[in-house]
Design a protein around this ligand. Structure first.
Ligand code: BEZ
Length: 393
C-alpha cells in the first residue's frame, strides 16, 4: 500500500523502492479518505490528536494492503454543524472522496447525518458520541469506532451509588453531547437509588467563567458533582473548580474527557482526585497498547490520548475493510461494520444492529504526584453495548 496526503497535509510515504515497484495508482486502486475534524475552536486540539492517531494507524497497518494507494484530505469543521456539513458536501461532491472519517462534535454529526446517508457515503465516526446516530437516526453508511455518549456514562451511575454517593449536581455544555451524557448517567444513578438534585448547562463555546455555575452547584449542597466537559472547556472548568477550593470539599466525577490524557498535563494538580469513565486510558497494560504508546510518543513527544486511539483505530478499520474486499472500495460501508480487532483499548467489535462499537469502559482516578498526573484504573466493565434504541437499518 502507498499512503499520500493531499491538501497541504504532511506526506507519509512508503520506501522509494516500494513506490517504484508498485507504479502509479489508477482510480480503481486509489482510496480517498476525507478527514473532517476541528482544527480551530473549543475542540481544536482534539482534531490534531485524532489526525495524528489516524496517520500512525495507516503507517502501522497500511502495509497489509497490496496495490492500493490511500490519499488523505482534511478539512476543519470547527465545532459548527453548518461548517461541518459544507465541508462534507465539498469532499463528497467536488473532491470525490471514497470514505469520510472523523467528526468530533455530536452536533456536527447530527448536522451532516442526512447528507451522508442520502449520498450513501461511508463514514467512520472517530469521536462524536451522539446516541441518536446509532439509534433512531442510524444508517448503514455510518459506523462508529469511538463511543456513544450513553455507553461512557451509564457505568458511572451504579458505581457512584456503590461508593455511598447519594446526591449529585450535574453540569455539561448545552448541546447534544452534554445533554445525552448527563441523561445516561442520571438514568442509571437514579435506578441505583441516587438523586440528581440540580443541573446546569453552560454554553459550549465562549464560556470563560464557570464561577456562577460552580457557586450554584455548591449552594445546592450535593455529595458530588458529575460533569462532561472536553477540550478547552474541560481545561478551564477543572482549573476554576480547583481555584474555587471545591476540589477537596465536593468530589468531581464525570465522563473521562474531563481530564483527558490530551490535556491533563495542562490541568496538573487541579485534576488530582477526579474519578471518571472512558473507553481508553494510556496505562492499559497490553502489548497492543505498549506498541501504540511507544510509537505515538516517539513521534509526537506526547502521551497518546483516547482521541489519538480513536483515529488510530479508524485507520485500521479502513485497512481491515479493504482487506476483506480485496481492495474493492465499493464494499467499504458493508465491510466496516464487520471489523473487529484487539487495539490499544482492548477488544472491540461493531454491533451490526446499530453500527456502534462494543468495548470495555474503564473507571479511573487521576493522581497528581511528582509534578505529573497518572491515571489509575479502579474498575473495568467489559463488553459494553448500546440497546438498539429504535435503530432499523
Ligand atoms: C461530542 O460532541 O460528542 C463529544 C465532543 C468531545 C468529546 C466527547 C464527545
Amino acid at each position: 500500500m502507498r499512503i499520500r496526503h493531499v491538501a497541504g497535509v504532511l506526506a507519509l510515504c512508503a520506501p522509494l523502492g516500494s513506490l517504484l515497484a508498485t507504479g502509479p495508482a489508477s482510480a480503481e486502486d486509489e482510496v480517498k479518505v476525507g478527514l473532517l475534524l476541528p482544527f480551530s475552536g473549543v475542540y481544536a486540539g482534539l482534531g490534531t490528536h485524532i489526525e495524528n492517531g489516524f496517520n500512525l494507524g495507516l503507517e502501522h497497518f497500511g502495509g497489509e494492503l497490496e496495490g492500493v494507494t490511500i490519499t488523505v484530505e482534511r478539512a476543519d469543521t470547527e465545532a459548527k454543524p453548518a461548517t461541518g456539513l459544507a465541508k462534507a458536501k465539498k469532499m463528497v461532491l467536488q473532491d470525490k472522496v471514497d470514505v469520510l472519517a472523523g467528526i468530533v462534535s455530536s452536533a456536527v454529526l447530527g448536522g451532516l447525518r442526512d447528507f451522508v446517508h442520502g449520498a450513501k457515503m461511508p463514514l467512520i465516526v472517530a469521536n462524536a458520541g451522539n446516541d441518536a446516530m446509532t439509534g433512531p437516526k442510524c444508517s448503514p453508511y455510518i459506523t462508529r469506532v469511538s463511543f456513544s455518549n450513553g455507553m461512557i456514562n451509564r457505568p458511572m451511575g451504579p458505581w457512584l451509588a456503590a461508593q455511598g454517593v447519594k446526591k449529585v449536581y450535574a453540569m455539561a455544555p448545552d448541546y447534544a453531547a452534554g445533554h445525552q451524557m448527563i441523561e445516561a448517567f442520571k438514568a442509571t444513578f437514579t435506578a441505583a437509588g441516587g438523586e440528581v438534585i440540580g443541573e446546569a448547562f453552560p454554553p459550549l463555546s465562549g464560556t470563560k467563567d464557570y464561577g456562577p455555575y460552580i457557586s450554584a452547584a455548591k449552594a445546592a449542597g450535593p455529595d458530588a458533582i458529575y460533569t462532561f466537559f472536553a477540550g478547552g472547556a474541560a481545561i478551564t472548568f477543572v482549573k476554576q473548580y480547583s481555584d474555587f477550593g471545591l476540589k477537596t470539599e465536593i468530589p468531581l466525577y464525570g465522563a473521562g474527557f474531563l481530564a483527558s490524557a490530551a490535556y491533563v498535563h495542562v490541568q496538573g494538580e487541579a485534576a488530582d482526585g477526579i474519578v471518571a469513565a472512558l473507553h481508553y486510558v494510556p496505562t492499559i497494560d497490553t502489548a497492543e497498547n505498549k506498541r501504540f504508546q511507544e510509537a505515538y510518543q516517539a513521534k509526537h513527544e506526547k502521551v497518546g490520548s483516547e482521541f489519538a486511539v480513536q483515529g488510530y483505530d479508524a485507520a485500521r478499520m479502513i485497512v481491515e475493510a479493504l482487506k476483506a474486499s480485496g481492495g474493492d472500495k465499493s464494499k467499504l460501508a458493508e465491510n466496516l461494520r464487520k471489523v473487529s480487532f484487539d487495539g490499544p483499548r482492548g477488544p472491540l467489535e461493531i454491533d451490526p444492529k446499530t453500527n456502534n462499537v462494543v468495548q470495555s469502559i474503564y473507571i479511573f482516578r487521576n493522581d497528581f504526584k511528582d509534578g505529573a498526573v497518572t491515571q489509575t484504573v479502579l474498575d473495568k466493565v467489559e463488553g459494553v453495548r448500546d440497546e438498539v434504541n429504535g435503530c432499523a437499518m
